[in-house]
Structure formats: C-alpha cells, structure tokens
Design a protein around this ligand. Sequence first.
Ligand code: HMG
Length: 405
Amino acid sequence: MIARGGAVRYGCAMQRPVGIDLISFHTPAYYLALDTLAGVRGADPAKYHVGIGQDRMSIPPPDQDIVTLAANAAAPLLAKSGTENIGHVLFATESCIDLSKAAALFCHGLLGLPPRCRCVELKEACYAGTAALKLACEVVRNHPDERVLVLASDVARYDLGSPGEPTQGAGAVAMLVSADPRVFAIEPECGFHAEDIMDFWRPTYRTEALVEGKYSTRMYLSTLRSAWEGYKAASGRGLADHARFCFHLPFTKIAFKAFDRLCRFEGIEAPAMEEQEALLSPATWYNRQTGNTYAACLYESLCSLLDTAEEDLSDKRVGMFSYGSGCMAEYYAGRVVPGYRAHLFAAEHKKMLEERTELTYRQYEDIYTYGIPQDGDSHLMAPYRSGPFRLAGLENHKRRYERAE
Ligand code: HMG
C-alpha cells in the first residue's frame, strides 16, 4: 500500500519507495520493413500490420550482440548518474553468448563499474527481465544506499519462413534501480504463476528458437488470469485502480487481447476500440518498430509509454504483466513518479528509431545467415553502425569488444 508521501507499508514497517530511477533503451540501427518481408513471403501486409500489430523488425549487424546492445543502453544512463554505489549488475537474457561467463561481466568492464559488484546472468525466457528487476528491488530494500544496474537484452530469432519470423527483433533496456526513484516506484504486491510446459524453447545447439505459436499465445493469456487473480488478492485492487497497462509484447496485438481478457475476468465490457487504442497504443509504439526483444520487451513498452503518452502520467498506477515461455508469469504494478519527464531519454530514443537504416530482403538474409567464426582464429569484424560499443573481433575463442570514439 502506498502511504502519504509515497512510502510503501510492509506489515508495520515504513520503507522508502524503491524502483526505476532511470531507464534507457537501445535497438540496432538496421531494420527490415514487414512490407518487404510480406512481399517475399507472399503474405498480405495487413496480416503483419493489423493481424499481429508489427511494422518493422530490428536486425543486429554481425558486430552487435546482447553485450553491445546492453552496454549501449546503459551508457547514457551512467553518463547521467555516475557509477557510484552500483553494487550489482543483473543481466537478463535468453540469447547468451557464453554458457559459462555472465554477459554482466563483459558489460561491467565496458562500462567501467566498480570492482565491488555482484555480476550475474539470469534466465527464464522473457520473464528474466522482471526477475532481475524484482531481485534488484529486494537488494535496494535491504540496502537503500546501493543501486542496482538491471540489463535486459535479447536477439529474437526464428527459422526463416516460419510463422514466428515476422515477430523477430532485437534490443536492450537498462534500468538503474534505487531508493526514492525518479521515474517509476514499484509496488510490492504481485501475483505469479509457474508451469512446466513446452510452448517455446531453444536447445543449446540451436541459434533459432522453436515455438508452438498458437499454444504459446493461449498460455500467455491463461497465465494472465492466475497472475491477475494473485495480484488482486494481494492488493485488493481492480482494473479501475490502474490508469495504464504494459504487457509483455511478443507482438503488439497481444496487448489488446490481454486487455480484453482483463475486462472479461472482471465482468466489464471492454471499451470501444478507439478508446482501447488511446489507452494502450503509447505503450506499444516502440515495440511495433523493433519486434520482440524478449527479456527487454515489457520494459521497452514502459519506455514507450513514458516517452510517448501525451498525458502527464505523474502519480498514475501502471499495471505490468510479464510472461516468459516455459512458463512463468507475473502481474504487478508501479506508480509514475511526479517530475519523471525530466529524467527520461525520450528525445534520444525517438531519434535512434528515426535514424535507422532500412535493409533490403537480401541484406537481411545475408546478416541472418552470417555465422560468428568458430575456428578460434583471429577475426576482425567489419564495422557497422553499432556504436558506441561494438564487437571488434574474436581471437582464440574470445570476444573482444571496443568503444568507438
Ligand atoms: P500465424 O500462424 O502466422 O498467424 O501465427 P495467424 O494465421 O494466427 O494470424 C495472426 C493474426 O492475424 C490472426 O488474428 C489473424 O486473423 C490475423 P487473431 O485471430 O489472432 O486475432 N490475420 C489478418 N489480419 C488482417 N488482415 C489479414 C490477416 N490475415 C491474418 N490479411 C503467431 C501468429 C503469433 C502464433 C506466430 O507469429 C508465432 O508463432 N510467433 C512466435 C511466438 C509468439 O510470439 N508467441 C506469443 C506468446 S509466447 C511469448 O510471448 C513468449 C515469447 O516472447 C518468448 C519468451 O518468453 O522468451 C515468444
């Protein structure tokens, strides 16, 4: 419960609010328009734009991976706030580049973070971003003078020509979690649901995910119900207590399906489509342009909402639904902190999306089929527009990163 002054009450104790102090997102500078893909695959473009609600998908060039995406997302945030008191880096991903070393450690080095720092990688499909954020909040509740850097970074890949292909994407979100956050205070009540299913998975010998697409969508929507019921029981809140909603967005049409379900669970008639568009679209705009960013998706949606909603969202409660295949689901909420607009990177995010380079289908396929050399020899990576951090090359099976001037 949020008490007067923004403090959160746990049992009898009063604690300082905890949440996202700064949030920044990064996506590759290259994209494939889904009109182009529709032309090659013989699909009706409306199936992509209207049916799944996607316009473009971000394509990472060969010198970009989850590490450079995450470091690029974090750089502006650390330039603004410094690196002092960052005692943890929690890196959420399902597109790992090493089965042993945590991607958090590569970022720790690139970003010049203090040595007194716990760096780990977390995995549970797209849910890992939320797991990292919730763990970060717990750390800060116990140590209010510490800050935690949460990085969620992924490259979504499916087989060429498969139904999942138009939902591919890539991107990273960096969040600095602290006490007395300046952007988004996270409320402690939540509901979650775990179930051992095979709706989407990626064996360690594959670079592309496998998916039972329709089943995965059904499971997303059915776990929403138990997560929502758990949240309701814990918080006593209903739909009307939320001003906005952010959902995990493998494709943006699912936000409308999920919102419709929430209305049905509550026995409320869903508002007219125009009203739903006004309510939900600001939180889907960035994701429409990037495609699925897996662990980063929900937080990219939050960035999109905060950056693009015309209405001042100060003090408004935003419902958050996180889903990770396999599967793990959680519903929780947060409050937008008054004055949040002064601490966003909205102009930078919009500029980054506007200045991307469109790929032809051939260029997309060339990048898709490019394989990272696996022979242990020295390889220099050709430079693309990947900066400021990029993969410079490989040597003796080690990745070497650099910061471009
Ligand atoms: P599909 O077979 O390509 O599409 O699969 P479809 O035939 O079902 O059509 C999709 C929608 O477009 C339908 O609307 C059609 O009616 C409509 P719906 O009935 O669903 O409302 N449509 C059109 N609309 C307008 N004009 C047209 C037209 N034609 C058709 N001409 C699917 C779609 C999403 C299943 C596929 O893209 C896929 O497998 N994607 C990957 C899996 C996925 O995204 N699952 C989502 C839930 S699981 C999740 O979110 C976790 C995940 O992020 C991974 C993780 O956790 O790590 C994936």
